[in-house]
Design a protein around this ligand. Sequence first.
Ligand code: ATP
Length: 300
Amino acid sequence: LAQLFRPLDLLGMVYRTIRQGVIDMGAMFDLIDTPAEIRDAADAQPLVVGEGHLRFEGVRFGYDPEREILRGIDLDVPAGSTLAIVGPSGAGKSTIARLLYRFYDLTGGRITIDGQDISAVQQASLRAQIGIVPQDTVLFNDTVGYNIAYGREGASEAEVAEAARGAAIAGFIERQPNGYDTRVGERGLKLSGGEKQRVAIARTLLKNPPVLILDEATSALDSRTEAEIMDTLEAIERGRTTLVIAHRLSTIVHADRIVVLDAGRIAESGKHAELLARGGLYAEMWSRQAAEREQALAAE
Ligand code: ATP
């Protein structure tokens, strides 16, 4: 009998993972633009993540065959390290994240996690191992506790509270008269962008994925909120292999490696200080943003 139920259990797991995947993706990617369906290979095996070593090898991709967006991308992200991707608007930064989630298949090269080609493993198992903190978090019209617990089915109240502490949102929640039972969303408590992002971080801490994609908000935050969010993001990155899609360079100064993408190619890569010393594209972006930051600070 146990054998009979096992496939059903598996189906349930796959369904939950897909549902979760769609919610994560819905927040991050444009769902109106539904991509061609990606299917598992007939012999696809589950992805088995050990350390979480991520590699892109000669990755090429275009949404349309006539227009190549990524023109041979090589990335090596050692387990537990943080790689930041920066570059002008339209350079292909978010496309890299979409390909890691296997929202599309490549036209050339491969992406591997711990040596396994992501196009050869079961998609549900891939997505179960990747956490996404999107730019704009979409919350369910439910309680704040439910919104966090969604990260992992069966999480206890104590685990939800611990995740909230890790995301620096526990104090705020506990000050509400109904605590974790406070309703949020359209008909409930309105949360600021920063608070919503922290709920997403708590949810991701609960999911505890070995691989993480952080899509940094483009909109400018005041410097205090930015400092607070950076602290919580650093906490969530610890011990995970992380890809950060960064718009503000001030938030990725401490990344283990920074890659500057320009028109679908890697123009420069290195640590912050190395890239500044190089005096290239990164140094140019840095001085431009530093001037903007000073103006914003003067206006605050
Ligand atoms: P930004 O900093 O503005 O978010 P980005 O570097 O993340 O930009 P991408 O979103 O990866 O850029 O887009 C790279 C290119 O691919 C752009 O020219 C964009 O217009 C194009 N593109 C993105 N999504 C699609 C799509 N679904 N269909 C066709 N073209 C797309």
